[in-house]
Ligand binder design. Structure first.
Ligand code: CTP
Length: 417
């Protein structure tokens, strides 16, 4: 789920760092939007480090991504914690002097505010009226706890414990009807490849890989849910192809290559989630390879397979019809010379596609799991986007970025005319 965590200028801001941890550890993507005053209590670096995402406060930063409306529109939950008396007043009046104000004016998802202030402020008629107004508009304003406040005073106004806020926020989302947004990919055609390839050695044996196909299926399902027409090209997989897609099954890299070259030209986007063999046996034995009488071991010579992704990008550059948005995947481990993201950036440049979904693989991160952690890198220089959680959630995150890329491609096309 995409969450915006608004933090306003109260001492309880430090407790929101724990709330943020609860959200990210549950696998959600959290954009922290502090007000300028909140940064007096907890700085930008802390929020960026804990969320793994860029943190902005001002409407006029990252203007090219139309951040002031994008964050609110894309959010599936907005939590403002702590909410000061002043921030409740601004939200009630619909003021938007900063990025958080803009988020609150554009969000159509559930909004929860967790007030924290001195008792006099909480019981002041102005605050009482503001809270009533916000609640009448459907905002969930929690009652603060009673207890020790910042100074010597005690009473109602204390920031609720982060786990209580998080529990209330989850309950709010669970009980809220899904927003009926216009289908973001209506009228778009997307080709998604998934699963592993099998390269035959002889009629019974092959070289293959452990790809489950889960991530590609999740991307296809998310694209279908967003209204796209999906052509799904599936290799060897341990899961069913997505219901509702047109499905083409392939086995070898060559078959995958031919299917992509046949179907991608008519599509708006190509998503290469398949785990494609980089090498295949140079010779295919028509009959089953037998154990030799003299006890010698057979030698398998390998040759490179066609790089389908790179070929699609090159075909486009040569003026042939190919999708304007091509997305590749890259599994990296990182080593002593470069990090996972450095290898990913180099691969993105090498492949020439618009976006590369990088995931870190390692001993504890094996194929076939239901959860994953990825970072999406973009050729247009926009900041990387991280996503983690269930593969279906990550599929939604990938399709959200795909939708953004298609949107900007459309805008450029119109400007060209
Ligand atoms: N790919 C492809 N054709 C190939 C090999 C890979 O289209 N013959 C695509 C995959 O579908 C994926 C991306 O390219 O989207 C992965 O790139 P690749 O360079 O194969 O990644 P790695 O296998 O991780 O490569 P390297 O060993 O170079 O790190």
């Amino acid at each position: 789920m995409r969450i915006v965590l608004g933090v306003t200028g109260g001492i309880a801001a430090y407790k929101s760092a724990l709330l943020l941890r609860l959200m990210t550890e549950a696998g959600h993507q959290v954009d922290v939007v502090p007000t300028p005053a909140a940064l007096n209590f907890v700085g930008q670096a802390t929020w960026e480090a804990l969320s793994g995402r860029p943190v902005r406060t001002d409407t006029f930063e990252a203007v090219e991504t139309v951040n002031h409306v994008r964050l609110g529109r894309e959010a599936e939950l907005v939590v403002v914690a702590p909410a000061t008396a002043d921030s409740l007043a601004r939200a009630a009046a619909g003021l938007a002097p900063d990025l958080l104000g803009n988020v609150l004016l554009t969000a159509t998802c559930p909004v929860l505010m967790a007030p924290a202030m001195h008792t006099e402020m909480w019981t002041h008629p102005a605050t009482v009226a503001n809270v009533d107004l916000l609640r009448s508009r459907g905002v969930t304003v929690l009652d603060p706890d009673s207890g020790r406040l910042t100074g010597q005073d005690t009473g109602p106004g204390r920031f609720p414990e982060p786990d209580r806020i998080w529990a209330q926020a989850q309950a709010l989302v669970a009980s809220s009807p899904r927003p009926s947004r216009p289908a973001a990919l209506a009228g778009r055609a997307v080709v998604v490849t998934a699963g592993g390839t099998r390269e035959a050695l002889d009629p019974v044996r092959y070289l293959g890989n452990r790809s489950s196909g889960k991530q590609g299926v999740a991307v296809a399902e998310a694209a279908l849910a967003a209204g796209a027409r999906v052509l799904f090209i599936g290799g060897a997989m341990s899961v069913e192809p997505p219901a509702g897609a047109e499905v083409v099954r392939v086995e070898s890299t060559q078959e995958l290559h031919d299917a992509v070259m046949a179907h991608a030209p008519g599509a708006d986007a190509l998503v290469m989630a398949a785990a494609v063999a980089d090498f295949r046996p140079a010779e295919y034995a028509d009959a089953k390879i037998k154990k030799s009488q003299d006890g010698s071991n057979p030698v398998i010579r390998l040759e490179r397979t066609p790089d389908i992704l790179a070929e699609a990008v090159q075909a486009r550059a040569a003026g042939q019809p190919m999708p304007g948005t091509i997305i590749g995947f890259g599994a990296e481990t990182g080593d002593a010379t470069a990090s996972v993201l450095e290898f990913g950036s180099a691969k993105l440049a090498r492949k020439g596609c618009e976006m590369l979904v990088v995931n870190q693989v390692g001993r504890d991160k094996v194929f076939g799991q239901d959860t994953t952690e990825v970072t999406m890198l973009f050729a247009d220089g926009r900041e990387p986007v991280a996503a983690a959680g269930d593969k279906s959630e990550v599929g939604v995150a990938i399709v959200t970025e795909l939708t953004g890329l298609l949107g900007s491609a459309g805008r450029l096309d119109r400007m060209d005319q």
